[in-house]
Write a new protein. Structure first.
Length: 346
């Protein structure tokens, strides 16, 4: 996540917080309070359902060279599709330069070298591109993991290791950036949820880029993103709602997947289903959105004006969310994507 200053968040730190030390701003009917993330199980009820995004994070920052020898960076914005790469291109430089200050990409021409492999430029729309790599899918995946790095931004100068941007339950490599709301869900917290009678289910959502450095592209975020919801998760949602429990989404990607599936009629809150759900999440939630499935969300700290803040406003009044950010700032919390968290419950 790229940090954007706002008058209520200027005092928020932007440094990394160890997973076990994450703090939690709670927004609910009782007001706004500050807790430790490890207390999450005590804040939920027996019979609630927690849904996580199990997408593993790709090393989605790839170095490339044009046929003329000019360097560029490709940041993947979607999972690999065979030998196709989709993403956003940047000019020379690295993460130590703020994204919006990066040099524009050079002319790519018809063919480039990416992650050491030759590729054809099959589509381009401004800085968004699609490449067809001249290699097998296995060779491409090996090259990406051998030479790629996690996407990161200028507020953390030290290089991220791929481990730093994985959740405890990551599976398929679908995410361009970490579904970071799940980062503080350590095995201790997950086990405590189970012991309290809170079910945990999963889905996979292709979390994309949170910033491109281009104002026009950023204004359209989040872009349509692929999701798959297993049949057991669909059934668990239906069972939870039928029994009066609450569905708690770990992250905005989970909200987009569940609510998009519900809007498409693939996710019923009234009866269990033997079918899973899959599709492209195009839904962008905001203050006027009707939520069909999700009752609460765990998220990072987001400033007014960010797309994620607007999504959170589907769960609580804007004024209450601003008070939560002010409380976080007053107590030294971090808005880094590897920082502190909030829980918003109706």
């Amino acid at each position: 996540m790229k940090f954007r200053a706002h008058h209520t968040t200027q005092l928020l730190r932007t440094d990394e917080v160890p997973r076990r030390d994450v703090r939690l701003v709670v927004v609910d009917d009782l007001g706004v309070t500050l807790r430790r993330f490890a207390e999450l199980p005590a804040l939920l009820r027996e019979g609630d359902l927690v849904v996580v995004n199990d997408a593993a994070t790709l090393p989605a920052s790839l170095r490339g060279v044009t046929a003329a020898g000019e360097p560029f960076e490709l940041r993947l914005s979607a999972p690999l599709e065979g030998t196709r790469l989709t993403g956003v291109v940047f000019g020379p430089g690295d993460h130590t330069t703020r994204t919006e200050h990066r040099a524009p990409p050079p002319p790519l021409g018809d063919a480039v070298t990416i992650a050491g492999l030759r590729a054809d430029v099959v589509a381009r729309d401004g800085r968004r591109v699609e490449l067809a790599v001249r290699a097998t899918p296995d060779a491409l995946l090996q090259a990406i993991y051998a030479s790629g790095r996690p996407v990161q931004y200028a507020h953390r100068r030290e290089l991220l290791a791929l481990y730093d941007v994985q959740t405890a339950y990551a599976t398929r490599p679908w995410a361009a950036e970490m579904p970071s709301a799940g980062r503080p869900l350590t095995w201790d917290v997950l086990l405590a949820l189970r012991r309290r009678g809170i079910a945990i289910e999963r889905l996979t959502h292709a979390a994309g880029l949170s910033s491109t450095g281009d104002a026009a592209l950023d204004a359209a975020l989040p872009w349509p993103e692929r999701y798959e919801i297993p049949a057991r998760t669909v059934a668990a949602v239906a069972r939870t709602k039928a029994q009066g429990g609450r569905v708690i989404a770990i992250g905005t990607t989970v909200v987009r997947a569940l609510e998009s599936a519900a809007l498409a009629g693939e996710l019923s809150s009234g009866a269990a289903s033997t079918n899973g759900a899959h599709g492209i999440a195009t839904l962008v939630l905001g203050p006027a959105s009707e939520r069909r499935v999700v009752d609460g969300i765990v998220s990072g700290l987001h400033a007014p004006g960010e797309s994620h803040f607007e999504l959170l406003s589907a769960f609580a009044p804007r004024e209450q969310l601003v008070r939560a950010i002010e409380l976080a700032a007053a107590n030294g919390l971090s808005a880094h994507e590897l920082g502190d968290s909030c829980l918003v419950l109706r």
